[in-house]
Design a binder for this molecule. Structure first.
Ligand code: NAI
Length: 286
């Protein structure tokens, strides 16, 4: 049997989640995705109308099939956590069962189990504000959407991840070096995610022999990154200063993710793996 992957954080064909889905599909996995509820409609419509067909093409010429799209809002663990304003919001009204617990239950009912869990989502409402000007609410929201969301997903999916399975998330070097502009507590959220990777690797490893790694990716002009405001500058900085002076392709992150969740990486867990053209190794801008 082929492997089954659940990828949380796919809502268009530009981001790392999409590229990871493609790399896993190319390797023969069945693809399930979790799409943020407010983005669900446009994503499903675009998929149906063939808007992504060009970017669905796999190396063997076939088109990636997404077996099922689940609405997901990873800042809510179960229906009791959903406040009134969200419940009655018209962008949420058309969907149901989108809290983390319910999505895990739906996947269990539909397919029984998965082998691979991917977390490719982040959100920080105050990301454009310096940390020094970030509110408590904004900081905690960044941690909730970008860090705890991973703990919650793993917590709820762990019972249905087959032994020997693997999970992966996406992080950014702003966790360990100061990147002016990556504000609102997003740098803190990535630091938490990387630390949690080590602790969760131990816990999930001992409990079910499941591996937990994170990819520290270089800059990509995704939808989320464009919202931060300085992504073009970061891409240019990387091009100028990294050991490898080339564009960083989302597919390169996808391929590394496919390796890390495969048996080829069977002894790799708790790691932060850099896929950034080597930029993280530089100590002097050139
Ligand atoms: P993206 O826009 O493709 O992915 C982010 C996704 O998160 C979107 O689909 C969005 O709808 C979803 N999302 C936001 N809040 C959510 C919630 N509460 N519940 C469920 N889904 C939610 O952008 P990108 O850049 O590919 O981001 C994927 C991951 O890669 C993120 O963790 C990001 O921090 C990380 N990353 C991105 C870099 C970049 O330069 N683009 C660099 C390093 C890491």
């Amino acid at each position: 049997r082929g492997k089954r992957a659940f990828i949380a954080g796919v809502a268009d064909d530009n981001g790392y989640g999409w590229a990871i889905a493609k790399a896993l599909a190319a390797a023969g996995a069945d693809i399930l995705v979790g799409t943020w509820v407010p983005a669900l409609n446009i994503f499903e419509t675009s998929l149906r109308r063939g808007k992504f067909d060009g970017s669905r093409r796999l190396p063997n010429g076939s088109l990636m099939e997404i077996v099922k799209v689940y609405p997901l809002d990873a800042v809510f663990d179960s229906p009791e956590d959903v406040p009134e304003d969200i419940r009655t919001n018209k962008r949420y009204a058309g969907s149901s069962n989108w809290t983390v617990k319910e999505v895990a239950e739906s996947v269990k009912n539909d397919f029984g189990s998965i082998d691979i869990l991917v977390h490719s989502l982040a959100n920080g409402p105050e990301v454009t504000k310096p940390l020094l000007e970030t509110s408590r609410k904004g900081y905690l929201a960044a941690l909730s959407a970008s860090s705890y969301s991973y703990i919650s997903l793993l917590q709820h999916f762990l019972p249905i991840i087959n032994p020997g399975g693997a999970t992966i998330s996406l992080t950014y070097i702003a966790s360990e070096r100061s990147i002016p502009g990556y504000g609102g507590g997003m740098s803190s959220a990535k630091a938490a995610l990387e630390s949690d990777t080590k602790v969760l690797a131990f816990e999930a490893g001992r409990k079910k022999q499941i591996r937990v790694n994170t990819i520290s990716a270089g800059p990509l002009g995704s939808r989320a990154a464009k919202a931060i405001g300085f992504i073009e500058k970061m891409i240019e900085y990387s091009y100028t200063n990294a050991p490898l002076q080339k564009e960083l392709l989302a597919d390169e992150v996808g391929n590394t993710a496919a390796f890390l969740v495969s048996p080829l990486a069977s002894a790799v867990t708790g790691s932060v793996v850099y896929v950034d053209n080597g930029l993280n190794t530089m100590g002097l801008a050139t």
